[in-house]
Design a protein around this ligand. Sequence first.
Ligand code: T46
Length: 147
Amino acid sequence: MAPSTTETAVGRIKPCRLIELEQHNDDRGHLSVVESELTTGFPIRRIYYLHNVRSGIARGGHAHQALEQLLIAAHGSFTVHLDDGERRAEYRLDDPGTGLYVGPMVWRDLTEFSPDAVCLVLASDHYDEADYYRTYEEYMRNNRGLA
Ligand code: T46
């Protein structure tokens, strides 16, 4: 099955959206597929995951200048709050068969992790602290010039 997308308005460079992953489900269980570029629209150069996140803790609190990501709730659930300086959207991710594409220059906060949550992140590039805006003020200063 080809991946399908649902458009949302957040993301002034590339729109953030839910991506339904290719799935092969039978009575043995489910198999979900992510292919670099084909599913994600970007080459996957790094994979990391958040787990054992304590109750009440928020992660994120930053934007990336250029990094693109696909976020998947591989297990459990969590909420992703997106903000491009003009528009906001909120996603409760709880389905390993669906990914959330988050593009460049989008502020994100991740909250309300279930105790068993695993947030799998497929990223377009290697780790580079210089790609992060760690304060909302710095993010907005650099965001203003965007069309
Ligand atoms: C994102 C959300 C969903 C590394 O050294 N290498 C890495 O690849 C990463 C991702 C982080 N780090 C270091 C940087 C910090 O000292 O690990 C520490 C924790 O990272 P951070 O505070 O950025 O973690 P989160 O959960 O707030 O954000 C992470 C990603 O950084 C970010 O890209 O979108 O997950």
